[in-house]
Write a protein that binds this ligand. Structure first.
Ligand code: ARG
Length: 599
């Protein structure tokens, strides 16, 4: 099933070909003057230039060839040689019926699906997830859903940060903070003879009894600050990191506790946010791969000694900026952030063999990924081009800098969700929604509104653009917001419920009123938006589509009453409403946004 745009494009292409010109010139786009035309083809200009002919003559010949096409109501040449096309009502109706019958509402599956791994979220042990990870989660989740919906075999992995320097830092900080922990860590440098698995569990539980997540939250930032200022402290933390990675027993046990207690909290927050990882692998999971990998890199002649550390140089002739080398083994013998990333590429190859890996991570890590990717290509661990960094800008405060709380700290994801939910309740009250829901459904709806507000505000911008956090605006039921979209979707749901209760059935879609035309043309464009969003890794194009669809529905609903119409017209409008809802919900789902049944 092809959309109207490609159908017309093919017809126009054939007309160009018949004139001895390239069929590529037939490409058709939505008209930028919707008052004059539905679609336009600008190919005559380029064709004329290439063939040194008159563009208006070519346009006129193509227009003449198209005028007999039953899908076309009118075709006109405008300006220097633009071809304006208006689609016939019959073609619009047929297309709308086909969309209504399609469970995918017009979204074509990929002809050549691939195995795609999306690395996103990237939360870390010990630090509760903060707004810095919010965008990684929201954008990654959407990109994963887009790939999966189009047919790629897709795996989303959280890539839990549980193996780097922050672990040594935390161990050092906990030992300094609590003498009993320090003693236990000393006593358990090696696994004691006769220590059973039960003893091990008990030891971990004893750590858990003394250190809660709040303690990690308190200790970590202080330790990170101190390590910056105090080289001796930093060296101790580095040594602890190396010893943890080297297998020091007590360190492994306390580390297990850190990872567990963090993960529980993270998973709760991700669930609230509608972010669902298929895999929750950590940097530590590739630990066993690192030694053989380092040997392999050495055997390939890629490792260079650099003041006691081992690095891979990845700079290339013609680089316009400095691309730093990859630090593989630090002078203390630790694996670094890039080392685990490189080993993770090998690991993923083994269990999934992805054809494409997309890393949804802050743009500020662009250099890191450029370095890791080049090292992977040099080592033959991935095919050039198969690794792609999907960078994004920051969410800023009113001062234009990455968002902080009023106290100057990072806002925890949990607190952000709570704030957004409070705001959602306030908004629901203001506009008089949700009053008929029972308390449980009301709370669920408030959370859905909050999540829609946060996610849509984030995804509505091209990911490279930074944006200002403005919960008031994000949560409004008016304007280009998540709540507005939910409201429109819920309106259609309630309309469909009423129709079902009155026993009214949907029927073939007749496209008559201008608002119906507008709506069907938009519905027709879903696949195009989707394909573009996929190619550019740009969920904002789907956000745009959803928003325009909701607006077009609102206009249609105002101009074309449904339930009080009669007969075939009523059946048609009902079918059009149901189709709109289906496509709107699909689009919102691709953004990771769920719609309530009632509000
Ligand atoms: N944990 C990292 C951070 O907080 C993000 C991880 C991104 N993914 C990756 N493969 N490096 O900065």
């Amino acid at each position: 099933m092809s959309d109207l745009r490609s159908g017309l494009g093919e017809a126009a292409g054939a007309a160009f070909a018949a004139l001895g010109l390239s069929a590529d010139h037939g490409r058709v786009a939505a008209s930028d003057r919707p008052d004059l035309a539905d679609f336009q083809c600008n190919g005559a200009l380029a064709a004329a230039k290439a063939a040194r002919r008159n563009p208006r003559e070519i346009a006129a010949a193509v227009a003449a060839a198209l005028s007999g096409n039953p899908d076309i109501e009118s075709v006109e040449v405008a300006g220097p040689g633009f071809i304006n096309l208006k689609v016939s009502a019959a073609a619009l109706s047929a297309r709308a019926d086909a969309l209504a019958a399609d469970p995918r509402a017009g979204a074509e599956p990929l002809a050549a699906p691939r195995r795609v791994l999306v690395d996103y979220g990237g939360p870390n042990v010990a630090k509760e997830m903060h707004v810095g990870h919010l965008r990684a989660s929201i954008i990654g989740e959407s990109i994963k859903r887009i790939c999966r919906f189009r047919g790629d075999e897709t795996v989303g992995d959280a890539h839990f940060g549980d193996w780097g320097f922050q672990m040594g830092l935390l161990i050092t900080a906990c030992a300094d903070d609590d003498a009993e922990i320090a003693t236990t860590l000393d006593r358990l440098a090696e696994r004691p003879a006769g220590f059973t698995d039960g003893d091990e569990q008990a030891a971990i539980a004893a750590f858990a009894a003394r250190i809660a997540l709040e303690d990690l939250d308190r200790l970590y930032p202080a330790a990170a600050r101190r390590a910056k200022a105090d080289p001796a402290y930093r060296d101790r933390a580095r040594k602890a990191t190396a010893e943890l990675q080297g297998g020091r027993y007590g360190y492994r046990l306390i580390w297990k506790h850190f990872a567990q207690v963090t993960r529980v909290a993270l998973e709760r927050d991700f669930r609230a946010l509608g972010v669902e990882f298929d895999l929750w692998r950590g940097e530590s999971d590739v630990d066993a791969l690192i030694e053989p990998m380092v040997a392999d890199l050495a055997a390939k002649g890629l490792l260079i000694d650099d003041q006691g550390a081992r690095i891979i140089r990845v700079a290339r002739n013609g680089d316009k900026r400095d691309v730093p080398p990859l630090l593989v083994v630090s002078s203390e013998g630790s694996a670094m952030y890039g080392t685990t990333d490189l080993a993770t590429i090998l690991d993923r190859k083994r269990f999934f063999d992805p054809e494409l890996v997309l890393y949804a991570v802050d743009q500020r890590q662009a250099d890191h990924f450029e370095t890791v990717f080049r090292a992977a290509y040099l080592a033959g661990y991935a095919v050039e081009g198969a690794l792609e960094h999907i960078g994004f800008g920051t969410m800023n405060g009113p001062d234009g800098k990455p968002f902080k709380t009023r106290e100057g700290g990072v806002l925890k994801l949990r607190d952000l969700i709570d704030m957004a939910r409070d705001k959602a309740r306030e908004r629901l009250r203001e506009v008089g929604l949700g009053a008929e829901l029972d308390p449980e459904a009301y709370e669920a709806t408030a959370l859905q509104v909050a999540v829609a507000a946060l996610k849509f505000a984030d995804l509505a911008n091209f990911r490279g653009t930074s944006y200002v956090f403005d919960l008031d605006r994000f949560s409004s039921f008016e304007g280009k917001t998540g709540p507005y979209l939910l409201y429109q979707a819920v309106r259609v749901k309630s309309l469909l419920r009423k129709a079902a209760a009155e026993g009214i059935a949907a029927g073939p879609i007749l496209v008559e009123a201008p608002a119906e035309r507008e709506l069907v043309l938009l519905l027709d464009g879903f696949d195009h938006s989707l394909a573009e969003a996929y190619d550019k890794r740009a969920p904002n194009l789907i956000a745009d589509h959803a928003f325009r669809l909701a607006q077009a529905f609102a206009r249609f609903y105002a101009a074309c009453p449904v339930l009080i119409a009669e007969g075939a017209v009523r059946a048609s409008r009902l079918a059009l409403s149901a189709l709109t809802l289906k496509q709107l919900e699909l689009a919102l789902d691709l953004l990771g946004i769920a719609t309530p049944e009632r509000m």
